[in-house]
Design a protein around this ligand. Structure first.
Ligand code: E4P
Length: 217
């Protein structure tokens, strides 16, 4: 399973990259705003900085919601860097635009996906990635992981090559459960990646090994 970090914070992206397990980055307008990055030019410069840090795919979201606008904006974003993946919302014009991008060799991430039906549409349109938001489903008492399992089954039934990018991951158990189900990618905060390191028996075991080493030296 690929690990993407879901942030626009450059320090956190660097930290995840330095750990050596990072495969890419997802951003969205809210994450950009959280870092104080506003205005088209600043946002574009920020994408370039992110691409300089990581070696994998970097999702850059379009703001337009009409077909022509999405195409124009997506083409501009795709030209920025060969790591850029154009992130397009799951709306009617978005699906049409994903089909256009797919036919023209531009990679896409279909975002704001909350149902298996939406995931089927994204795959049929040729999306590179589909992003079901599991945390936001959990927030409304709906099983987000079950959606990942449904999409996995459907895509496997028909051999769809669209990669399931489990998004809105909030914690380490989401990461582990996504891996069990067979999500292709997960995107979450740095804490969901670094949290995987932690186990009290590791800390206790290491402390004992070091103490025993000191006894003999
Ligand atoms: C993914 O691409 C989205 O940006 C993200 O995972 C949304 O997560 P949130 O529900 O924690 O905002």
């Amino acid at each position: 399973m690929k690990f993407f970090i879901d942030t626009a914070n450059l320090d956190q992206i660097k930290e995840a990259q330095d750990l050596g397990v990072l495969d890419g980055v997802t951003t969205n307008p809210s994450l950009m705003a959280k870092e104080g990055i506003t205005g088209k030019e600043n946002i574009i410069n920020h994408y370039k900085k992110i691409c300089d840090i990581v070696t994998g795919d970097v999702s850059a979201e379009v703001i337009a919601t009409d077909y022509e606008g999405i195409i124009k904006e997506g083409q501009e974003l795709a030209k920025l860097h060969d790591q850029i993946i154009v992130k397009v919302p799951m709306i009617k014009d978005g699906v049409k635009a994903i089909k256009y991008f797919s036919d023209h060799g531009i990679k896409t991430n279909c975002t704001l996906v909350f149902s298996a039906g939406q995931a089927i549409l994204a795959a049929k349109a040729g999306a590179t990635y589909v992003s079901p938001f599991i945390g936001r489903l959990d927030d409304i008492s709906t099983d987000g992981l079950n959606l990942i399992a449904e999409i996995r089954m459907i895509y496997d039934n028909y051999g769809f090559t669209t990669q399931i990018l489990a998004a809105s991951v909030r914690h380490t158990m989401h990461v582990i459960d996504c891996a069990k189900i067979g999500a292709d990618v997960m995107t979450g905060p740095l804490s969901s990646i670094e949290g995987l390191l932690k186990h009290p028996l590791t800390d206790i075991g290491l402390a004992k090994f070091l103490a025993d080493y000191k006894k003999g030296n």
